[in-house]
Design a protein around this ligand. Structure first.
Ligand SMILES: NC(=O)c1ccc[n+]([C@@H]2O[C@H](COP(=O)([O-])OP(=O)(O)OC[C@H]3O[C@@H](n4cnc5c(N)ncnc54)[C@H](O)[C@@H]3O)[C@@H](O)[C@H]2O)c1
Length: 428
């Protein structure tokens, strides 16, 4: 198969770039990867994987012969016509997307009539048109452009690449769009072939909708707490309605990560910049911020003042199965706890190293049991599966206090209470 698969390039080897490279290499494509981070490239050349993503290391190792890593664009341009762009587009202070890395890539492209940029980075609607304008102004109008947004979820990213719900390809109907469609053909996924602006909007709208669903169920959870209903029962009853669906109806302490917060605010800003006030998203963002702080009032309810209290945080990555700490709820929570005078101890199975750089003054433990030892309260922040094995009798023996706040409704309430601990979930 590899003989008739066309070589591609991937620019930016972070979560999306590496998974895209690994996925296409599995399909038999030669992949020429480029990153400006020389240390990352050196690691990848040695066969080391700089991020934690289940199955990725094994996949890259399996396809090692088809993967090339460099800090130089030259080999990529020489071997591939399709250049997938997967550089970061973090939020600026105003909430707009920072496109400087995307523009650095655009600026580095030579004049060519047989190359195409295939945008995987999440960008505001109109970015493709702006890039095409730049190409034209600089005498590079032969450079083709395709929007191909990425929908992978960290933690199951490779599987999402190989079994996507859909592939979205936005283009101007030229060779490059056809080539991208052909590249994805072996995955046999539903295809949405559309114009560039609509493809750009699909990505932002999909993430904004998922975030809305989360904030919605979080508000239902908060009302459940006031009225004595159990949100887990409510979510089950709602989710079985096929028009609603059960996904993303899990109340908790707010969404985080590298995508939802920035994409929701980027869409809100994009609307605002175009003169439209996106009221719903303003509320979605505010509800999420308040939700991250609700744990504080739960702790205060049980402990009174937090001055001098020791609070253990179990799990700090923004979700399980990743080491990604971007916009993690734990960051807000740890800062709030410290500001109120609490001592914070944390444990995460994989994100501790990254987290310790970001969470100043937080003590990191080598295990969940070490983290909760002598703690007045413990908060489950990220529901890593290993926490399902916690022996609550041992937890009760080791803790100084009794309070367990289950920020993801993950523990079995009866088991926790059976050990003599005080259980508090979200919305129940
Ligand atoms: N992480 C996700 O779950 C996810 C999912 C879907 C879409 N996205 C989008 O994909 C894009 C990338 O996200 P990520 O999480 O992979 O980011 P990341 O920060 O993990 O990786 C970005 C990489 O790009 C490199 N880079 C920056 N400037 C470069 C340049 N000029 N040339 C070459 N390399 C350069 C960086 O060194 C880094 O390795 C973002 O737009 C993001 O919104 C991310």
């Amino acid at each position: 198969m590899s003989h008739d698969r066309e070589p591609i390039a991937v620019i930016g080897t972070g979560y999306v770039g590496l998974v895209t490279a690994a996925g296409f290499a599995e399909l038999g494509n030669e992949v020429w990867c480029v990153d400006v981070d020389a240390e990352k490239v050196a690691q990848l050349q040695r066969g080391e994987v700089p991020i934690y993503e289940p199955g990725l290391e094994e996949s890259l190792a399996r396809s090692r012969g088809r993967l090339h890593f460099s800090t130089e664009l030259g080999p990529a341009l020489e071997h591939a016509r399709l250049l997938f762009v997967a550089v970061g587009t973090p939020p600026t202070y105003s909430g707009d997307a920072d496109l400087s890395a995307v523009h650095a890539v655009v600026d580095a492209m030579p004049a060519s009539d047989h190359h195409a940029l295939v945008m995987k980075s999440t960008v505001p609607v109109g970015t493709g048109a702006a890039i095409k304008r730049v190409f034209t102004e600089r005498g590079k109008s032969g450079f083709a452009y395709v929007s191909c947004p990425e929908f992978l979820k960290e933690g199951t990213a490779l599987e999402d690449f190989l079994r996507p719900d859909r592939v979205v390809v936005g283009d101007d109907g030229d060779w490059a769009g056809d080539a991208v469609v052909e590249l994805y053909a072996p995955l046999q996924a539903p295809l949405v072939r559309t114009d560039i602006r609509s493809a750009e909007m699909v990505k932002l709208a999909a993430n904004a909708f998922l975030a809305t669903k989360i904030s919605f169920i979080n508000e239902i959870a908060n009302v459940c707490e006031e009225t004595g209903a159990d949100v887990l029962e409510v979510a089950r009853g709602m989710g079985l309605d096929r028009r609603i669906g059960s996904h993303f109806l899990r109340p908790g302490i707010g969404y985080g990560g590298s995508c939802f917060p920035k994409d929701v605010s980027a869409l809100k800003q994009l609307a605002g910049n175009s003169g439209y006030h996106f009221q719903l998203l303003t509320a979605v963002i505010e509800v999420n911020e308040l939700q991250k702080r609700r744990v504080m009032s739960k702790l205060q309810k049980h402990l009174g003042s937090l001055v001098g209290a020791t609070v253990a945080l179990l799990g700090v990555a923004f979700k399980p199965q990743t080491d990604d700490m971007r916009e993690a709820s734990s960051l807000v929570l740890a800062a709030r706890l410290q500001a109120d005078g609490a001592r914070v101890r944390a444990y995460d199975p994989v994100a501790s190293e990254e987290a310790s750089k970001l969470m100043r003054g937080v003590e990191f433990a080598g295990s969940a049991l070490e983290a909760i030892t002598d703690a007045d309260a413990c908060v489950l922040v990220t529901e890593w599966s290993e926490f399902a094995e916690l022996d609550f009798a041992e937890v009760a023996r080791r803790m100084r206090g009794k309070v367990v706040i289950d920020g993801r409704n993950f523990f079995d309430r009866a088991t926790v209470q059976g050990a003599g601990l005080t259980y508090e979930g979200i919305g129940r």
